[in-house]
Design a protein around this ligand. Structure first.
Ligand SMILES: *[C@@H]1O[C@H](CO)[C@@H](O)[C@H](O)[C@H]1NC(C)=O
Ligand SMILES: *[C@@H]1O[C@H](CO)[C@@H](O)[C@H](O)[C@H]1NC(C)=O
Ligand SMILES: *[C@@H]1O[C@H](CO)[C@@H](O)[C@H](O)[C@H]1NC(C)=O
Length: 399
């Protein structure tokens, strides 16, 4: 199996990082947190943690992490974005991380991990060094992984419904699930979408725009060379991060690269977090997940994976991939979006909002330069966003 290196570095930066200037806020983290796995990290901070394994219909074995509440406490399910993992919700520590804040409020907190990331690399018959293991995009994450995890959690807790919070691809996969398996609408009280992504034609991030132009060539290259897993060499990533992101002169360079990709927000950057991000991301994905997004940048549609006309006809019965039917998404949805988000551009978010029949709120985070990664790592994310998320969950309970 071939690894994809250089582009991976850019994408690491693109999806899962971006911090830097002002060191005033105390995130309560130390560099050793970069090396800990999520369960160990949660335990290290003094919280109870459980690890659960969930099988999907098509044979993948997913690892979920849980910060359990009292028996019978309401469930909140958190789903990460592209190249990320359950770590997203805890990296900034117990005073700020959304998973901890929810646990402090008495919720039963479940963190999902999509197939192919570092926690979900098992399958009943396949192994990650096989090409067949990586033949999925975020379609399969929405169609198989989310339903399997949701059913598991509801069965185990004996509850009928849960609260869903997703970031980026964690929203894309939710819309895939509820449009292709509408019965799952009934299993979610409220879906809060952070940086919602479905339509991508206004995406400003230069990297995905470039990818979208060369997408067909790239797909052929990936297939020819069997580049199926998107997993850059971690020690190389560390070296590059060290090169660009330490020292007083070079740190500006580091930030500029990050800002080009995710949107510039120097106010909300926390340098302390960078080593943790490099330790926890990229957490693994298939190249098809990235290609699927690049297809949407070009076509301006939210539709199934494009395999090319011949294979499409074989798989879908038509030469073009079918669109996802967003009219089927009946779960009440709240959007939280940022004006300076290069990946969930406000125009694309608006277009998605118009397509959803049950969007109850379209909320802009009140910080003009809020970017794609600020939803997870901004210094003031608790004050700017998490308080509102929790308040919506709490008030939903009494409705
Ligand atoms: C850092 O932020 C604090 C408040 O958030 C502000 O008072 C301080 O001036 C900032 N420092 C720098 C160097 O920007
Ligand atoms: C990853 O990098 C390390 C050190 O830079 C090297 O020893 C190792 O062989 C590399 N692995 C792959 C798969 O390229
Ligand atoms: C989309 O779903 C709605 C609601 O079930 C249905 O009325 C409509 O016909 C569907 N559209 C397509 C193109 O299948």
């Amino acid at each position: 199996m071939t690894k994809l290196g250089g582009t991976g570095v850019l994408l690491l930066v693109l999806i899962c990082s971006s911090r830097g200037l002002n060191l005033t806020r105390d995130f309560d983290v130390d560099e050793s947190d970069a090396k800990r796995l999520v369960p160990e990290l949660i335990q290290h901070h003094g919280y109870p943690v459980q690890v659960h394994h969930v099988a999907t219909e098509d044979g993948y074995v997913l690892e979920m992490h849980r910060i359990p509440g009292e028996p019978g406490s309401p469930v909140v399910f958190l789903m990460h974005g592209l190249l990320c993992s359950s770590a997203d919700w805890i990296i900034i520590g117990p005073k700020h991380g959304l998973a901890y804040l929810l646990a402090q409020k008495g919720f039963d907190v479940w963190l999902g991990n999509a197939r192919g990331n570092r926690y979900s690399r098992r399958h009943k018959t396949l192994t990650p060094n096989m090409f067949a293991f990586w033949q999925f995009s975020w379609h399969e994450i929405g169609y198989y992984d989310l339903p399997a995890m949701i059913d598991y959690v509801l069965d185990l807790t004996g509850q009928g419904k849960l609260q869903y919070v997703g970031h980026s691809q964690g929203t894309t996969s939710f819309f895939v699930m509820t449009s292709t398996r509408p019965e799952y609408n009934e299993k979610v009280h409220l879906m809060q979408a952070l940086a919602p992504v479905a339509f991508t034609s206004h995406m400003r991030s230069p990297l995905l725009r470039v990818l979208s132009v060369f997408q067909e060539t790239l797909t052929i290259l990936f297939e020819t060379f069997g580049i199926d897993e998107f997993k850059p060499n971690n020690s190389i990533l560390h070296d590059i991060a060290r090169l660009f992101c330490s020292g007083s002169i070079t740190s500006n360079l580091c930030l500029n690269v990050l800002f080009q990709l995710a949107g510039a927000d120097p106010d909300q950057v926390e340098l302390k977090i960078i080593p943790l991000l490099v330790g926890h991301t990229p957490a693994g994905a298939s190249t098809k997940q990235i290609v699927h997004y690049a297809q949407g940048v070009r076509t301006a549609q939210f539709r199934r994976y494009d395999f090319g006309k011949i294979k499409n006809t074989f798989i879908y019965g038509m030469p073009e991939p079918p669109e996802y039917n967003l009219t089927e998404v009946r779960t009440p949805v709240v959007f939280h979006y940022g004006l300076n988000d290069y990946l969930a551009d406000p125009e694309d978010v608006l277009q998605l909002g118009r397509a959803l029949p049950n969007l109850i709120e379209h909320r802009q985070v009140q910080h003009n330069t809020f970017n794609h990664l600020d939803f997870l790592f901004a210094k003031d994310v608790r004050e700017l966003l998490y308080g509102d998320i929790i308040q919506r969950i709490l008030t939903w309970k009494v409705l």
